[in-house]
Design a protein around this ligand. Structure first.
Ligand SMILES: Cc1cc2nc3c(=O)[nH]c(=O)nc-3n(C[C@H](O)[C@H](O)[C@H](O)COP(=O)(O)O)c2cc1C
Length: 159
C-alpha cells in the first residue's frame, strides 16, 4: 500500500503551472491556489481542476456553478502562497480584481483568465474533479509562467 508521502513525492516530480481558481460565496470573492489543472477538450472548450473535499472553495463552486481560472505568471509566487495558505477570509483584501456580469473574479495580475461554468463534477478519491466549460477568455499580458515542482517554484529558463 502506497503512503500519501510516497504518492506526493512521485506526483511532485511532475512539473505543473499554477492557477488561482475563483468564485463567489454570499456575494464575496473567494479563491484558492490549484496546481491540479488541465485542458480537457477543444470542442467543446473544457478544462478540469481537482479540488480537495476540505478545500473551502468547493461548496461555493458547486452552488454558484461559476468559476474562473487565473493562470499565474512567474512574478506571482506571493499570490500562489497567499491563496494557498493565508486565512480564507482575508484573501481578497489586498488583491486587485474585477468581474464580468455573471462571471468569476479575475485577478489583475494574472496573464490569462478563463471564465467557466461548471459542466460536470466527479468523485476522485479525496478530491472532486470539476469540469468547466470556458465561456470567456482574457489575455491581460504576456509573461513567463509560474512553475511548481517538488513543492517549490523553480525559475523558468526558456531555451
Ligand atoms: C502551489 C499550491 C498548489 C495547490 N494545489 C492544490 C490543488 O491542486 N487542489 C487543491 O484542492 N488544493 C491545492 N492547494 C491547496 C489549496 O490552495 C488550499 O488548501 C486552499 O486554498 C485552502 O486553504 P487552507 O487549506 O489553508 O484552508 C495548493 C496550494 C499551493 C500552495
Amino acid at each position: 500500500m502506497l503512503t500519501p508521502k510516497q504518492w506526493r513525492a512521485a506526483m511532485g516530480a511532475f512539473p505543473s503551472g499554477v492557477t488561482i481558481v475563483t468564485s463567489w460565496q454570499n456575494g464575496k470573492p473567494i479563491g484558492t491556489t490549484i496546481s491540479a489543472f488541465s485542458s480537457l477538450s477543444l470542442v467543446p472548450p473544457l478544462l478540469l481542476v481537482c479540488m480537495d473535499y476540505k478545500n473551502p472553495a468547493l461548496t461555493p463552486i458547486e452552488e454558484t456553478k461559476v468559476f474562473g481560472v487565473n493562470i499565474l505568471g512567474c512574478d506571482s509566487t506571493h499570490l500562489a502562497l497567499h491563496f494557498g495558505k493565508d486565512p480564507d477570509a482575508d484573501r481578497f483584501a489586498s488583491v486587485n480584481y474585477r468581474a464580468r456580469a455573471g462571471g468569476a473574479p479575475q485577478l489583475s495580475d494574472a496573464p490569462v483568465f478563463i471564465d467557466c461554468t461548471l459542466e460536470h463534477s466527479y468523485e476522485g478519491g479525496d478530491h472532486k474533479i470539476f469540469v468547466g466549460r470556458g465561456i470567456h477568455i482574457e489575455h491581460a499580458h504576456v509573461t513567463a509562467p509560474l512553475l511548481y515542482h517538488k513543492g517549490t517554484f523553480p525559475t523558468f529558463e526558456p531555451r
